[in-house]
Design a protein around this ligand. Structure first.
Ligand SMILES: [Zn+2]
Length: 82
């Protein structure tokens, strides 16, 4: 199946990788940048995402969004060494 979404570039600053797998209101991190996010944070996010999809409550989605922001921050911090 071809993905129905427009191209989206990686959420890490300055990264040119893109994907069509995600809806426009989502951001995504490419494989390389996701690898730079600390394991603890990745696990936390995966767990929250699973629960948010399962129960689909605004509260869980809000928490998922918050942790996702931290993942992006972590990837950027890793990239620029700050
Ligand atoms: Zn990237």
């Amino acid at each position: 199946m071809t993905a129905p979404y427009p191209k989206q570039t990686c959420a890490a600053f300055g990264c040119k990788r893109w994907s069509r797998k995600y809806p426009p209101d989502w951001s995504f991190l490419c494989r390389d940048h996701w690898q730079t996010v600390p394991t603890k944070l990745r696990r936390l996010h995966n767990r929250l995402l699973r629960r948010a999809k399962k129960f689909n409550t605004p509260d869980l989605w809000a928490r998922e969004a918050r942790v996702w922001k931290r993942c992006i921050d972590a990837a950027n911090r890793e990239q620029f060494g700050i």
